[in-house]
Design a binder for this molecule. Structure first.
Ligand code: HEC
Ligand code: HEC
Ligand code: HEC
Length: 474
């Protein structure tokens, strides 16, 4: 990861779920709140922050494990994107300012509806990092979200997914963090959430209610490739942290395909991560598995280009996966049956062909058409097919047909840039339209692209646009 990549990652959010209705979970949340208030009354609220136990250095003192194990750990750390979260943004107000942030030294602020949560220093520094962790400490922190001393971690750290990491991979990760990562003696800003969320011990109830138990279990009815893909997606890749909707306690609504809402789309930090099941409208039903693998490798696949918070996932993590692993992920995603359908695409409809004709002759009266021709067509083209390796297609693009339009509005307002990868096409910019289009015009052009070239999805209202704009203060 380089400075440019981390610059755009000033904060990262995984928590802004939409409310659901599961009663047990609501009860649990209320219980968490009540329990927290109770503890406060008892005056027990301060004694809970864990002190670093004075044990000798665990990892560093031992014999250095073999290089192959460390190298495998480095690969797995990419697959899990540990650096993506555990590296500060360059302008994060850290002491020492201008120097690029040290990898794994933590301090990245993650936006949550409860406040900002700072990531920990996970370099092997004995004081500020995890240098004193034993293997068991490490596995417990990753799988159960409990740091040494009993400190419960906020689920901004995706331990509910990491719970499924197998022992071999956990050992390789530990070897890498103890022997392959440079120690950085640098403290991270303390996380100070308002009461009752400041009560880490209360997370015990959350963990009890929501964190799945046990490592990934191979499905005997599926082949090795499918199982590899499922393992990567569900454990290390923690794809559900963004792509699965969250419930009222901000828990993911399932951690594998047995849950109906697993990977059906979620909103975090005002980016909507789309449905990854086989829905042919706004899901992956029409995306062939080679295009999916290419998308994860370079951010470009079948005319789609990644944008929003997925850009960092490709830059920091998936571009480094080997072809076998990318093919396995694609095979697994392609096996997910269609769920939560939304949006339609029919390129052969008569209306589709007529609009393309009309756009060519400048003969379209629909609101948004004029804006599209003046501001968008030079890159995305009148036929909506974009330009290969440069500008994404909008015709039949599942992200354009998504039921939640937060990402589309945010992209129009802020602009964006396709990912910088080692082997993919050069990054291209999508301009910001905040100064050039009114919220009403944005709503019109988005409604237009969602209902042209055979696309069909619900309209975007001016109110939709203004509410996203006020949420992102732009
Ligand atoms: C999505 C962001 C994210 C990813 C990915 C992530 N972490 Fe974390 N991690 C966090 C946050 C946030 C915290 C701090 C949570 C808190 O303060 O309660 C944390 C805390 C930790 C801690 C506890 C340290 C301590 O003692 O305070 C360890 C260990 C850790 N992470 C290791 C890892 C490793 C190893 C990986 C990759 C396998 C990883 N994390 C990936 C966000 C992330
Ligand atoms: C930090 C949040 C985040 C994480 C983690 C994440 N994604 Fe995404 N993903 C997004 C967002 C936002 C989009 C929508 C923008 C786009 O299409 O690139 C997206 C888009 C996608 C798309 C394109 C979908 C479409 O309809 O165009 C695929 C495929 C995808 N992600 C796969 C994955 C996989 C596999 C993982 C886990 C290895 C993953 N994502 C992890 C946020 C995330
Ligand atoms: C200068 C070329 C350019 C112009 C003009 C432009 N775009 Fe884009 N657009 C891009 C690029 C490049 C991306 C990929 C952005 C990214 O990866 O962050 C993109 C992405 C998108 C996406 C997300 C689709 C995807 O798969 O990545 C939508 C939707 C979109 N543009 C709509 C529009 C609309 C609507 C307009 C006009 C108001 C417009 N664009 C004008 C270059 C452009």
């Amino acid at each position: 990861m380089n400075a440019r990549q981390s610059a755009r990652r000033a904060t990262r959010g995984r928590f802004n779920g939409r409310p659901g209705s599961q009663r047990l979970r609501v009860v649990v949340v209320v219980a968490v709140g009540c329990a927290a208030v109770f503890a406060c009354m008892l005056g027990a609220s301060t004694a809970l922050r864990a002190a670093q136990p004075a044990v000798p250095l665990a990892g560093a003192g031992q014999a250095v494990p073999d290089q192959a194990l460390i190298a495998r750990g480095a690969y797995l750390a990419k697959a899990a994107d540990c650096a993506g979260c555990h590296t500060a943004a360059p302008t994060g107000g850290r002491p020492g300012g201008g120097a690029p942030p040290a990898p794994f030294a933590g301090g990245l602020g993650m936006a949550s509806p409860f406040g900002t949560i700072y990531t920990s220093n996970i370099t092997p520094d004995p004081v500020n990092g995890i240098g004193r962790y034993t293997y068991d400490d490490f596995a417990r922190a990753l799988r159960k979200g409990i740091a040494p001393g009993g400190k419960r971690l906020y689920p901004a750290m995706p331990f509910p997914s990491f719970a499924k990491i197998d022992d071999d991979d956990m050992r390789a990760l530990y070897a890498y963090f103890m022997h392959g990562v440079k120690p950085v003696a640098q403290p991270t800003p303390p996380t100070r959430l308002p009461f009752p969320f400041s009560q880490r011990w209360a997370l015990m109830l959350w963990d009890w209610a929501f964190v799945p138990n046990g490592q990934y279990v191979s499905q005997p009815g599926r082949d090795a490739q499918w199982n590899r893909g499922a393992y990567l997606v569900q454990s290390l890749g923690h794809c559900g942290a963004c792509h699965t909707p969250r419930g009222p306690a901000y828990e993911e609504r399932g951690y594998d395909g047995d849950a109906h809402l697993y990977l059906t789309g979620g909103t975090n930090d005002h980016w909507f991560a789309p449905n990854l099941t086989g829905d042919p409208g706004s899901g992956l039903g029409r995306v062939p598995s080679q295009d999916l693998a290419a998308f994860l490798r370079s951010g470009h696949g079948g005319g789609l280009i990644t944008f929003g918070s997925m850009v960092q996932v490709v830059e920091d993590s998936t571009q480094y996966l080997n072809d076998n692993d990318l093919d396995a992920i694609a095979a697994y995603l392609k096996s997910l049956p269609p769920r939560e359908p939304a949006g339609l695409y029919d390129s052969h409809s008569r209306a589709a062909r007529q609009t393309v004709q009309a756009l060519h002759t400048g003969d379209v009266e629909r609101p948004g058409a004029g804006v599209f021709q003046s501001y968008c067509a030079r890159c995305h083209q009148s036929n909506g097919l974009g330009v290969a390796q440069k500008y994404p297609r909008l015709a039949g693009n599942p992200a354009v047909l998504a039921p939640q339009t937060t990402s589309l509005v945010r992209l129009l307002v802020e602009g964006g840039a396709s990912p910088h990868t080692e082997n993919g096409p050069p990054s291209r910019k999508m301009p910001s339209f905040a100064d050039r289009l009114s919220s009403e015009e944005m709503a019109q052009v988005l409604t237009f692209i969602r209902n042209t070239w055979g696309n069909s999805a619900l309209p975007v209202t001016t109110r939709d646009v203004t509410s996203v704009r006020s949420a992102i203060h732009k």
